[in-house]
Design a protein around this ligand. Structure first.
Ligand SMILES: NC(=O)C1=CN([C@@H]2O[C@H](COP(=O)(O)OP(=O)(O)OC[C@H]3O[C@@H](n4cnc5c(N)ncnc54)[C@H](O)[C@@H]3O)[C@@H](O)[C@H]2O)C=CC1
Ligand SMILES: O=C(CO)COP(=O)(O)O
Length: 410
């Protein structure tokens, strides 16, 4: 097949599926980039909002005496004031972020889908949009978590890929949404293995022609997903284009190909962050915390090597998605902050999530449960003593003061 030299006729339409603290932040930075790269992307970025009614507080500059305490639709507030007053207050959003309460309408015709919502909701979202997206769309998952069915653990991007029949990469890093929304500099990692059918002109491949190479899944096996190539009248979706979509002066993107390492490091660090919050809330300090972080990273690497040995790359743990995220999550993120609060107050994490988080989610709670159910189904939980202890603390069956015992037994 001849490689076309004509410039692409179409631009990529981008949708962010999710609008929480991180979802809204990513919509903001991506919308800044679509404006600056309007030769590649349509400027407007759709942001799907799980609709809810919100009351704007009296002390907010957005308070309208004519509306008073009357609840308003969150989408209407975002599109009127260009601010997500509930999940990312006091951050002006570019006007080309378009809040949309209809999931099907938000994803319609989009060639790049950015999945960014708590992982417990991804199944329902994928079931709804299946068959309603462009078959040649490409995805990036910013979700930190895993899905477990019976004794199978799946990366979120694998789940998206298999459910929707599209290729999906992963974005993960040491990223506190509020800091990035305030344009305070940090790094992130995007893992994306450009499918052979999308590698234009590389390895002898022409547009839509894989050059004889098969598309492989995250485990390195020939993929069961029959990919439709990104049509040649669109710009490619490759490392260069994704870098243009996500990289900002305050958000340095590193592109890699280890989807497994990036996804699992982002998911499992939330279990370790809970452990760090618990021990700090119990009265230990930084030295104890670094011991737990070290142990948590060992169990994370062990998990990756045990269950995804074909594709895991150890260098990934030195990316932002690796050690940097472990450090930031155990010292300043929500899972750490609120598990510390739970330990200090002697109440359950569920109680803290309900009373303190105003609709935001602690991903560590469900990730611990999912990972432990997978390890138990395999009968290998004893090889993961820290993860097991966190589950026990969340359930009230393991005492925090016994954490050092785990270390003595090794
Ligand atoms: N907030 C942060 O600093 C960072 C978060 N992440 C990850 O990003 C992902 C998304 O988290 P956030 O944006 O922070 O969310 P969040 O915890 O701030 O907000 C919860 C979101 O879930 C939505 N929601 C509630 N019920 C729902 C339902 N039934 N179906 C669909 N959506 C529903 C809410 O409308 C809201 O948008 C998570 O996996 C998190 O680990 C990653 C890096 C940084
Ligand atoms: O992933 C994060 C930091 O990189 C944010 O973690 P929390 O969800 O615990 O705030």
């Amino acid at each position: 097949m001849a490689v076309s030299s004509d410039p692409p006729r179409f631009k990529h339409k981008v949708t962010v599926v999710g609008s929480g603290n991180w979802g809204t932040t990513v919509a903001k930075l991506v919308a800044e980039n679509t404006r600056e790269n309007s030769d590649i992307f349509e400027e407007d970025v759709q942001m799907w909002v799980y609709e809810e009614n919100v009351v704007i507080p009296l002390d907010s500059p957005k308070y309208d005496p004519a509306v008073g305490d009357e609840p308003q639709k969150l989408t209407s507030i975002i599109n009127t004031y260009h601010e997500n007053v509930k999940y990312l207050p006091n951050i002006p959003l570019p006007p080309n972020v378009i809040a949309n309460p209809s999931l099907l309408d938000a994803v319609k015709g989009s060639s790049i889908l950015i999945f960014n919502l708590p992982h417990e909701f991804i199944g329902n979202v994928c079931r709804q949009i299946k068959g309603h997206i462009l078959p040649s769309a490409r995805g990036i998952s910013c979700i930190k978590g895993v899905t477990v069915t019976e004794d199978k653990v799946e990366l979120i991007c694998e789940y998206i890929s298999e459910t929707l029949g599209i290729y999906c990469g992963a974005l993960s890093g040491a990223n506190i949404a509020n800091e990035i929304a305030n344009e305070l500099w940090c790094e992130t990692t995007i893992a994306y293995n450009t499918p052979p059918c999308d590698r234009r002109g590389e390895n002898g491949a022409a547009n839509g022609d894989a050059g004889g190479e098969v598309h492989r899944d995250a485990r390195g096996q020939p993929s069961k997903v029959k990919l439709m190539p990104v049509p040649h009248d669109y710009p490619p979706v490759d490392h260069t284009v994704l870098h243009k979509l996500f990289n900002r002066p305050y958000f340095t993107v590193s592109m890699v190909s280890d989807v497994v390492g990036v996804s699992l490091a982002g998911a499992l660090k939330n279990i370790v962050a809970l452990a760090c919050g618990f021990i700090e809330g119990h009265g230990w300090n930084m030295t104890a915390k670094t011991a737990v972080m070290r142990r948590g990273m060992l169990e994370t690497i062990q998990f990756c090597q045990e269950f995804f040995p074909e594709t895991i790359q150890e260098m990934t743990f030195w990316e932002s998605a690796g050690w940097s995220d472990m450090i930031v999550s155990c010292t300043s993120a929500r899972n750490w902050r609120y598990s510390k609060m739970a330990a200090e107050r002697g109440v359950s994490l569920h109680e803290i999530e309900r009373t303190e988080l105003n609709g935001q989610k602690l991903q560590g709670i469900s990730t611990t449960k999912e990972v432990m159910s997978f390890l138990k189904a395999r009968g290998v939980q004893d090889k993961y003593p820290l993860f097991t202890a966190v589950e026990g603390i969340v359930d009230g069956t393991f005492k925090m003061e016994n954490i050092p015992v785990l270390f003595r037994q090794q």
